[in-house]
Design a protein. Structure first.
Length: 217
């Protein structure tokens, strides 16, 4: 399956993607995680992305689209993929369509996670992620690590993302409404969108998502 996950910052895209990717045996590809890994490793790509990310703004398309396509070229993505955080505006959605068309492929579905803004703010405020692997995600209230500040999965240090500060979250939500929400309509025209509520315990949301994905493709 080839799936795109959309939803506001803090909706739980990364959290759900980890379970969905496992259930569906496809790689979870998060452009945010890829950028953060590049920043940690001090690569040129990381240097280009950092200021935009810290400000809560989108990294320019020419950087992002190239990085996403490189990742999609890797062998594990040949059997399908779950994209999290890409595409994030209409030019990126068009670039992905063009890329897939060149390969003779198409998307199977776009899963839209709906969460009210006050819940998103709570989810972001309590989030802590692992320095070693951005896919190891915790929450001070909803998913406490066994030892404060230490990742349950690998022992890495937990930290708060710079863009999770309150003023940056406001910018990210504005960017989401302005740039990313329009791609939901873009994909509705292709009849690809399934919308679910992402409220409630994580396993319940995963179950809802799996049922919704069965209705696509
Ligand atoms: P990115 O990393 O994609 O961030 P985002 O879209 O803002 O989304 P988040 O990762 O903040 O939230 P999430 O939905 O994954 O939620 P999570 O599962 O962690 O992008 C960051 C930046 O990178 C962008 O601002 C931009 O600068 C750049 N970038 C990335 N992609 C780009 C692109 N394509 N183009 C240009 N720039 C790009 O969950 C949040 C918290 O809630 C966690 O603590 C979790 O434990 C908790 N939680 C999850 N589910 C539940 C639940 N059901 N109940 C209670 N708590 C829950
Ligand atoms: Mg995420």
């Amino acid at each position: 399956m080839r799936i795109v996950l959309v939803g506001p910052p803090g909706a739980g895209k990364g959290t759900q993607a980890a379970y969905l990717a496992k259930n569906l045996s496809i790689p979870h590809i998060s452009t945010g995680d890829l950028f953060r890994a590049n920043i940690n490793q001090g690569t040129d790509l990381g240097k280009q992305a950092k200021a935009y990310m810290d400000a809560g703004e989108l990294v320019p398309d020419e950087v992002t689209i190239g990085m996403a396509e490189d990742r999609l070229e890797q062998p594990d993505a040949a059997k399908g993929f779950l994209l999290d955080g890409f595409p994030r505006n209409e030019p990126q959605a068009r670039a992905l369509d063009a890329y897939l068309e060149r390969k003779g492929l198409r998307l199977d579905g776009v899963l839209d996670l709906e969460v009210p803004e006050d819940e998103v703010v709570k989810r972001i405020a309590g989030r802590r992620i692992c320095r070693n692997d951005g896919a190891h995600v915790f929450h001070l209230e909803y998913k406490r690590p066994k030892v404060d500040g230490v990742c349950d999965e690998c022992g890495g240090e937990l930290y708060q993302r710079a863009d999770d500060a309150e003023d940056k979250v406001r910018t990210r939500l504005d960017v989401y409404h302005r740039e990313t929400e329009p791609i939901i309509d873009y994909y509705k025209q292709q009849d690809l969108v399934v919308t679910i509520s992402a409220l409630g315990p994580v396993p319940e949301v995963t179950q809802r998502a799996m049922e919704a994905l069965r209705r696509t493709g």
